[in-house]
Write a protein that binds this ligand. Structure first.
Ligand code: ADP
Length: 300
């Protein structure tokens, strides 16, 4: 296994950020790590990359224990942390050369050049990092993460804040790198997971709530229709549950509700219910992304 996480607990003071987390990642896979804000994604990634220790449980990367063999783990792992911390006053080439030096890479000049070619930084290579756009900064972040040729890459929200073009470019780059490496990436974007991830792990409140092939998770949802409905007035969950054809209903936010319905016809029943109660249906939206529906269902 590339990554083996067993019964990991992490507490920050009195708070349990990770609560008995176990999963494995097989070599060569691209795994999507999904969860709402505060679910524990960054904490798990920091433990895998030896940035912080777990409170209990064990984590192995390519057979090395993160507590007993952190140097070996760091040799096998490349890490792009959330918010991509870079030295903005350094030049691109200078920075990559500096990172190469930290890893004691032989033939550093050639390796830096290879990295610049691989992530498409040729035009920007002589600029200061602070002068680069967010998309190019992410490329520098990816280059520093792979410069020592690690087997495993941990990417914490690598596409957050990118414009649609940059997003597509970085996604393509990750997919390309993933042909040769095991990748675990956290993201909020379901389409990203659907587009590039073989497996999906969903975490909520520090616990794993789903762990399967992405296509398996998508197919779980095929026979269910999920609707987001916003009313103009307060209603009770008891009233909504009585509507014919409604399997389940959960409050999402104020007057916004998440319905799981048996068949399309139940949409009509929701409108009828609203009319009878003199409530206005402000929006009714069918969830088209099946993974998004699974995510909402498991983490609402
Ligand atoms: P995510 O990456 O899924 O948004 P995090 O791993 O950052 O979640 O956080 C999980 C929980 O742990 C959150 O409730 C967060 O507030 C808490 N947490 C994270 N880092 C610290 C810290 N250094 N000290 C105290 N609490 C923390």
């Amino acid at each position: 296994m590339s990554i083996e996480v067993k019964n990991v607990i992490k507490t920050y003071g009195a708070q349990n950020a990770l609560n008995d987390v176990s999963f494995t990642v097989e070599p060569g896979n691209i795994v999507g790590f999904l969860g709402p804000n505060g679910a524990g994604k960054s904490t798990m990634m920091k433990i895998i990359t030896c940035f912080i220790p777990q409170s209990s449980g064990s984590v192995n990367v390519c057979g090395y224990d993160v507590i007993e063999n952190p140097i070996d783990v760091k040799r096998q792992v490349g890490y792009l942390p959330e918010h991509n911390p870079l030295y903005l006053d350094m030049y691109v080439k200078e920075y990559l050369d500096f990172v190469g030096g930290v890893y004691k890479i032989e033939n550093r000049k050639a390796r830096v050049k290879d990295m610049i070619d691989m992530v498409g930084l040729e035009i920007e290579q002589n600029k200061k990092i602070g002068a680069l756009s967010k998309g190019y900064r992410q490329r520098v972040g990816l280059a520093q993460a792979i410069i020592h040729d690690p087997k495993v890459l941990i990417l914490d929200e690598p596409t957050t804040g990118l414009d649609p073009n940059q997003l597509e470019e970085i996604r393509g780059l990750i997919k390309n790198i993933g042909k040769e490496k095991t990748i675990m990436l956290s993201t909020h974007i379901m389409q990203e997971v659907e587009a590039i991830c073989d497996k999906t792990i969903i975490i909520n409140h520090g616990q794993i709530v789903a762990n399967d092939k992405t296509e398996e998770l998508q197919s779980q949802q095929k026979n269910q229709i999920v609707l987001t409905v916003e009313f103009d007035k307060l209603v009770t969950v008891g009233e909504l549950q009585k509507i014919e054809g409604v399997v389940q209903v959960k409050n999402s936010n104020n007057n916004i509700w998440l319905f799981e319905i048996k068949e399309d016809a139940a949409r009509n029943n929701i409108f009828q219910f609203a009319m009878q109660k003199e409530i206005v249906v402000l929006t009714m939206q069918k969830e088209t992304q099946s993974l998004e529906a699974v995510f909402k269902k498991l983490t609402a």
